[in-house]
Design a protein around this ligand. Structure first.
Ligand code: SF4
Length: 384
């Protein structure tokens, strides 16, 4: 089906290509299938299927679309025995590590681990007696898979909520998370990832900052119920982005009321715009002003088309006038600047070509091809 499988092992090994910035190496490293979360590894992009897990064909089709979009870890809901029975086929064909999402039923966790999932998401406080927690912990330990504890502002423990006057606070979320952590650690289990997701951006950010001060457990970031694409993207970007800029967060998920593939697009925009990871060329363009000397919207759209499929961390600038364009594109690897009747092609702010307007795009393409070739050769040399 033309599925481009991500080589996740390579991804973790090639920071110069896959990312510009690694997560904090002081954070506990937790292995999830071929991926490492924390321990200085690249921040991992994940999402969750919206399909019925019992419908293997539809679920796999969605997983494959997610992988194609750049998702590295996919969670599926496991609400009943039929769902866990579908997992072996899903795990086998997914092409990406699968996380089982469990609520309340410890047997679903055991079945999921047996089915070969790479991680389980559950809260030990929800699955009953200590014996049940121990059974899950023993099975996860034997299978060498981690457990993600997920504290959510919509399902806080009653006693914390009552104490805090029915307001979800950052302190309350951290306390809830640490309680769950304690339940796993007292059984000797340490392969833990924690998430504290709130609908309030400030609460989510503060909770994660507080938690990071108290624990080396890797954090999965997300704003829950962020909403539709537009507003949800902004809200998630501010919440997740603020933390990533502080060096907090080892894996992320954007939760939108949209197709999960859209979530992946936003995850990558967040990673790229914070400089945490880059998987493609970055296009910067001037906002235009009264000095504009060219149809910049059209030129930018054409340049964007040329950048499709370039999986190198290069910065490309498109500027609208020769007065300020060269200066404003100085830190770009390659720039194209429009002018009256003629324009410029630049490399790191240095003019390499001055051409007639109708030759601007073809000449830019030639120079871009040259740059890509140079970068690929540099990569090959570095890998040799
Ligand atoms: S590059 Fe020129 S046209 Fe674009 S915003 Fe700057 S001054 Fe205006």
């Amino acid at each position: 089906m033309g599925l481009r499988k991500l080589d996740l092992t390579v991804l973790n090994k090639r920071p110069e290509r896959a990312q510009l910035y690694t997560s904090d190496s002081r954070i506990r490293g937790v292995r999830v299938g071929p991926l490492m979360i924390g321990g200085g590894a690249p921040v991992v992009v994940q999402s969750m299927c919206s399909t019925d897990t019992r419908d293997v064909k539809t679920t796999l089709a969605q997983i494959h679309r997610l992988v194609e979009a750049g998702c590295e870890l996919v969670r599926v809901a496991v609400p009943d025995e039929l769902a866990s029975a579908a997992l072996p086929d899903i795990v086998k064909e997914a092409g990406v590590p699968i996380v089982a999402d469990i609520h309340f039923h410890y047997k679903r966790a055991l079945e999921s681990i047996e089915a070969g999932v790479a991680k389980v998401r559950l809260n030990p406080g929800n699955i009953g007696s200590r014996d049940r927690v121990k059974a899950v912990v023993d099975a996860a330990g034997a299978a060498r898979i981690p457990i993600r504890i997920g504290v959510n502002s919509g399902s806080m423990p009653d006693d914390i909520l009552v104490r805090d006057g029915y307001i979800v606070t950052a302190d309350g979320m951290v306390e809830a998370a640490l309680r769950e952590v304690e339940m796993l650690e007292r059984e000797g289990f340490r392969d833990i990832i924690v998430s504290m997701k709130a609908t309030e951006t400030k609460v989510m950010v503060e909770a994660n900052r507080l938690f990071r001060k108290q624990s080396d457990i890797p954090l999965h970031l997300g704003i829950t119920e962020a909403g539709l694409e537009g507003y949800g993207t902004i809200k998630s970007s501010i919440g997740i982005g603020s933390l990533l800029l502080d060096g907090i967060g080892e894996t992320i998920r954007v939760s939108l009321t949209a197709e999960p593939e859209e979530e992946i697009k936003v995850c990558w925009w967040i990673l790229e715009s914070t400089g945490v990871r880059r998987r493609s060329a970055e296009l910067v363009a001037c906002p235009t002003c009264g000095r504009i000397e060219i149809d910049l919207f059209e030129l930018t759209a054409e340049v964007e088309k040329l950048l499709k499929g370039i999986d190198l961390p290069i910065k490309v600038a498109v500027m609208g006038c020769v007065v300020n364009g060269p200066g404003e594109s100085r830190d770009a690897d390659i720039g194209v600047v429009g002018g009256k009747g003629k324009g410029l092609i630049l490399r790191k702010g240095e003019i390499v070509h001055t051409v007639a307007e109708d030759q601007l795009l073809p000449m830019f393409k030639l120079e871009l091809d040259k740059l890509v070739l140079e970068r690929r050769e540099e990569e090959e040399l570095a890998e040799a």
